[in-house]
Design a protein. Structure first.
Length: 306
């Protein structure tokens, strides 16, 4: 697979990366490929340094890929010997992903016995009780470490496939989402609109605001007082919340405020969730206590005066 002067490919890491892309455990990969789980474990740990080509091919095909041996392309001559294979490429998807698959992010983590964590699971380091789902006392904020009922493990992971799939889907959305300023849709120049969307146009969230003149609001001449902004609302689609979409929309609004010289934005919130969200974005409670008022018209015809 390589020349004598080049380093050998780390087949164990490659198989672990393929297995993570396919979201398969060793047992599931063994069932799909027909390769014994013990063999897969030896390959991934590096103990099987020279597995059969057919074995590797079966593992790659089991996750929907193909194994390709690439020959160097160059001018041929009668005096020159035929070129020999120097590289090997593993295709993990139709996008021709070769051996440069994303590495398993937690491959450097080990459990208390010095073993790697399962490659197909999402593993995170445990630094405090709230990082570990098994720390049922994590909400006891004042409990000192000496009184913790259980010893914290080096890392934790999620075995539930549904939870894992939702977390990975959220990571993809967070990575691919883009926030843009919307223009040319007939709105006046003082009406602001930002949208967060995926490359295929799927709408994830929207922010709307409008500029206002303080002279009209306060009924007095404030000289060269700059314009103000009113945040009308931030909406994020169900299923895409709590992944930072709203914060990115507010950050885009703040950058445009800096560019246009607007230094103050007002808004009114109706529930504690919105209050916490805007406070995390830098908003503060304004002085005064405005009243929320509603006018409800009767559903039927208005009664005639007597």
């Amino acid at each position: 697979m390589t020349t004598e002067d080049a380093p050998l490919a780390d087949l164990g890491r490659t198989v672990r990366a393929l297995r993570r892309e396919a979201d398969l455990s060793q047992r599931e990969l063994a069932r799909c490929s027909g390769v014994p789980q013990a063999t897969i474990a030896r390959i991934e740990s590096g103990r099987a340094t020279d597995p059969r080509f057919h074995t590797v091919e079966r593992l790659v095909r089991a996750v929907g890929g193909t194994l390709t041996v690439a020959l160097p392309v160059g001018p041929a001559s009668a005096a020159a010997p035929p070129a020999i294979p120097t590289t090997a490429a593993i295709t993990a998807s139709a996008a021709e992903v070769t051996c440069a698959l994303p590495p398993v992010p937690h491959d450097d983590l080990r459990d208390t016995a010095g073993r790697r964590y399962p490659a197909h699971l999402d593993v995170w380091p445990v630094r405090e009780p709230k990082d570990w789902p098994g720390a049922w006392w994590a909400d006891w904020y004042n409990l000192p470490p000496a009184l913790w009922p259980l010893r914290l493990p080096p890392a934790a992971y999620e075995r539930n496939r549904g939870h894992r799939d939702r977390r990975r889907a959220a990571e993809r959305v967070r990575r691919d989402a883009r926030v843009r300023w919307v223009e040319g849709d007939g709105r006046p120049a003082t009406a602001w609109r930002f949208v967060a969307e995926l490359p295929d146009g799927t709408l994830l969230g929207e922010l709307r605001a409008h500029e206002r003149d303080p002279h009209l609001v306060y009924g007095d001449d404030y000289g060269d007082r700059p314009r103000e902004l009113v945040l009308d609302g931030v909406l994020v689609a169900v299923g895409h919340r709590r992944i930072g979409t709203g914060e990115r929309l507010v950050a885009a609004m703040a950058r445009r405020m800096d560019d246009t010289g607007i230094g103050l934005v007002h808004t009114v919130v109706e529930d504690h969730i919105a209050i916490r969200f805007l406070a995390a974005c830098g908003f503060r409670v304004a002085p005064g206590r405005p009243l929320a008022m509603t006018l409800e018209r009767p559903a039927g015809p208005a009664p005639r005066p007597a």
